[in-house]
Design a protein around this ligand. Structure first.
Ligand code: AMP
Ligand code: ZN
Length: 479
């Protein structure tokens, strides 16, 4: 398999540290709100990589953290050590406790994980359950002379790190100002502009809900330290792969490297993988812009989350992808089409003899695998899926191939049912049409909802309304 490594800035041949086992870590969400479709693009890329590695015969140990403390709002402005804690801020907004916020949005994230039929990580540790591990790591850094205290926290000394280890800080970053050390200074007590917080003190009179005792004073961990502490706890001091969105490449990941290598003296990660951002209508996605859509927003429009997944597959993960509702509807149509074809194949399975076209089967399989192994080239992978369907292979062979491919695609093709549209739904659709004719759209909409609740969608076309089974929504196999 070939994969682009952000560290070397090259596509490299992937060689695991301890085959067949592969240790892989994804920076998980900050659970202060619903994950948006940009976040999901990154998690679908992680899922795809894990599924691909499994498909290629490796065993994966996959860990994704849940950030439930310490991610400050200042990172929007390029300084993650300032601003309010996102969880505490959300608690104020929703008049709940920070713990309730974490519980609610963390739980929501995991249930939506199933909606997208993503493979469950072997572990998804929370930052707040690993405070002692984070403190122990900071103590190790302190012992190695890489920390210092200011009035608001304990900081990592990037200059001392470079001096003591002979390594350069910020090698991974694509921001020259980080590599060269010229970050805009906000905190005058910091020794170097690039230094970052390992532990922040609770401010006097701040009344934080999430705070802990530490050898340096009551407070909470800096955002970066949790990933170093938890990934090393569960995956060892050197991991095979670490993944995240491209924004993390600029400071969060360089900081993870510095902390981890500053503590252990060993390389932290062999392959750094970063996914490009999802844009909306050609621009930035943001809550304040009202375009940070959640899976709930997608579902409300009658779109299956798996159609969103298919939409992501339309682009190479390192290219930015532009979201529009039209494009997503196009993916829903493609998914319906794919499911319809699978249904037809299932229905047409007869007493066929096994295929004599073994070469052809092997060709499709090796093309599919070849494009996956080429740094996850999903547009080409999907083209193989469609050409398999169009081929003259017997239904049995096509279906076998599709099921095999679905181990990677995770589109729940095995869950597609053969059943025809039930009679009572056809009757309901007719009734709805009558209401529409009469102009009673409220009743017509009510019936549409009834139909949709039973797993079908109804589309009004020129030749009248058409019923079709919605993709196997809500019946995920969830491995
Ligand atoms: P956060 O919850 O902000 O820590 O982000 C969780 C993950 O989503 C990180 O890996 C981010 O890099 C990623 N992410 C954030 N915004 C986008 C976006 N617009 N497109 C793709 N990934 C994103
Ligand atoms: Zn991280």
């Amino acid at each position: 398999m070939k994969i682009y490594n952000s560290l070397s800035r090259k596509i490299e041949r992937f060689t695991p540290l301890n085959p067949p086992q592969i240790n892989i870590y994804t920076c998980g969400p900050t659970v202060y709100y619903y994950a948006h479709i940009g976040n999901w693009r990154t998690y679908v890329t992680s899922d795809l990589l894990v599924r691909t590695l499994k498909y290629l015969g490796y065993e994966t140990n996959y860990v994704m953290n849940l950030t439930d403390v310490g991610h400050l709002t200042g990172d929007n402005l390029g300084d993650a050590d300032t601003g309010e804690d996102r969880l505490e801020k959300a608690a104020k907004r929703e008049a709940k406790s920070a713990w309730d916020i974490a519980k609610f949005y963390g739980g929501k994230f995991l249930s939506e994980f199933s909606d997208l039929n993503l493979i469950k990580p072997n572990k998804y540790p929370k930052a707040t359950n690993h405070i002692s591990e984070q403190i122990a790591l900071i103590e190790k850094l302190q012992k190695n002379g890489l920390t210092y205290e200011t009035s608001d926290g304990v900081y990592f000394d990037t200059k001392e790190y470079e001096r003591a280890t002979g390594k350069k800080y910020g090698e991974l970053s694509d921001l020259d100002k980080i590599k060269e050390g010229a970050r805009v200074e906000k905190n005058v007590e910091k020794k170097n502009p690039r230094d970052f917080a390992l532990w922040k003190f609770s401010k006097k009179g701040e009344g934080r809900q999430m705070e802990w005792e530490s050898p340096w004073g009551v407070g909470f961990p800096g955002w970066h330290i949790e990933c170093s502490a938890m990934s090393m706890k569960y995956l060892g001091e050197t991991l095979d792969i670490h993944i995240g969105g491209e924004d993390l490449r600029s400071t969060h990941h360089p900081n993870e490297i510095a902390q981890s290598e500053g503590a252990t003296g060993k390389p932290f990660v062999k392959y750094w993988v970063h996914g490009a951002f999802l844009k909306v209508d050609g621009g930035r996605m943001g809550k304040s812009l009202g375009n940070a859509y959640s899976l709930g927003d997608i579902k409300k429009r009658g779109i299956d989350p798996l159609a969103l997944k298919l939409f992501y597959y339309s682009a190479y993960y390192r290219d930015s992808l532009n979201f529009t509702w039209e494009a997503l509807e196009g993916s829903q149509n493609a998914l319906n089409n794919l499911y319809e074809r699978v249904r037809e194949l299932k229905a047409s399975l007869g007493d066929e003899l096994s295929s004599e076209k073994l070469d052809k089967i092997d060709n499709f399989r090796s093309e599919f695998r070849g494009y996956l192994e080429d740094d996850l080239d999903m547009p080409k992978v999907m083209a193989v899926v469609w050409s398999t369907l169009k081929s003259n292979l017997p239904s049995r062979d096509k279906l076998d191939l599709l099921y095999d491919f679905d181990d990677v695609l995770g589109l729940n093709l095995r869950g597609v049912e053969e059943a025809k549209i039930p009679q009572d739904l056809i009757k309901l659709a007719k009734k709805r049409e009558e209401y529409r004719q009469k102009g009673d759209f409220a009743m017509a909409d009510k019936i549409r909802e009834k139909i949709e609740n039973q797993g079908f969608i109804i589309k009004d076309g020129e030749s009248g309304a058409k019923l079709s089974r919605r993709s196997a929504f809500g019946k995920k196999s969830n491995e």
